[in-house]
Design a protein around this ligand. Structure first.
Ligand code: C5P
Length: 235
């Protein structure tokens, strides 16, 4: 059984972005009881499959980041399959549109009885406004809150957005929706590939409920100390 965590540590989702299950389980074991969630991404899931979810779920609630985007029937059936695994959060792409999002939400409700909650990814942080324009879309400032409001209206539980968009997303969806952001760094100079990183405390002030943090914890010499340092800034 995974360990539930209280207080500010419950906001932290550690991204286990490794492709070997052994490495992921070793990290999960160290972080068990210290963070709210562990995120299993596409790399690990495509390599190891459902057994990765089962192995990580022994240590913490699992956030399965598959970013589903397909025809409504296929997404609904895939969501129902995930509902049979021990995951509590699953991502879909908001750009799949209202019919796909509604089908996903209905499938999660029917197959899991509310145990599996869905998050819609608005615009990937790697997508520039020039790329959005090439796809016929408005810039992120308009597109992100538009997709966020559409996803919540379609029955999705929450959103994933970049730190810079937190204020606009929170304003678009109100206080009930779960809002999740990656791109958390102690210092802007450590931003890795994030265009605009934010500190954990600033992201919470801007409206984030959950903070997805990967490399600052997983690549630290002491991942537990790295978690504790971040949690201290949220207390
Ligand atoms: O950068 P970090 O290792 O903290 O990334 C944690 C998560 O943030 C990744 O699993 C990915 O989902 C997301 N990410 C992002 N944009 C980036 C890099 C990572 O949204 N440029």
């Amino acid at each position: 059984m995974s360990v539930a965590v209280d207080g500010p540590a419950a906001r932290i989702v550690v991204a286990l972005d490794v492709d070997e299950l052994d490495q992921a389980v070793a990290l999960a074991r160290r972080l068990s009881g210290r963070v709210g969630w562990l995120k299993v991404g596409l790399e690990l899931f495509t390599r190891e499959g459902p057994r990765a979810v089962a192995a990580i779920a022994e240590h913490a609630p699992v956030f399965l980041d598959l970013k589903l985007h397909d025809i409504p029937t296929t997404v609904a059936r895939s969501v129902a399959s995930v509902a049979r695994l021990d995951a509590g959060l699953l991502t879909v792409h908001a750009s799949g549109g209202p019919t796909m999002l509604r089908a996903a939400a209905d499938a999660a409700g029917e197959a899991s009885g509310g145990r599996l909650r869905l998050l819609a990814v608005t615009v990937l942080t790697s997508t520039s406004d020039d790329e959005l324009a090439a796809m016929g879309c408005d810039g992120a400032e308009v597109q992100v809150p538009r997709l966020a409001a559409m996803a919540i209206a379609s029955g999705i539980d929450g959103l994933v957005c970049a730190p810079v968009d937190l204020g606009r997303v929170r304003a678009a969806v109100g206080s009930d929706a779960l809002v999740v952001t990656p791109g958390i760094r102690a210092q802007a100079s450590d931003s890795d590939d994030h265009a605009r990183a934010m500190s954990a405390s600033a992201a919470v002030r801007a409206g984030a409920d959950l903070l997805v943090i990967g490399r600052p914890i997983t690549r630290a010499d002491d991942p537990v100390a790295a978690v504790e340092a971040i949690v201290a800034t949220l207390a």
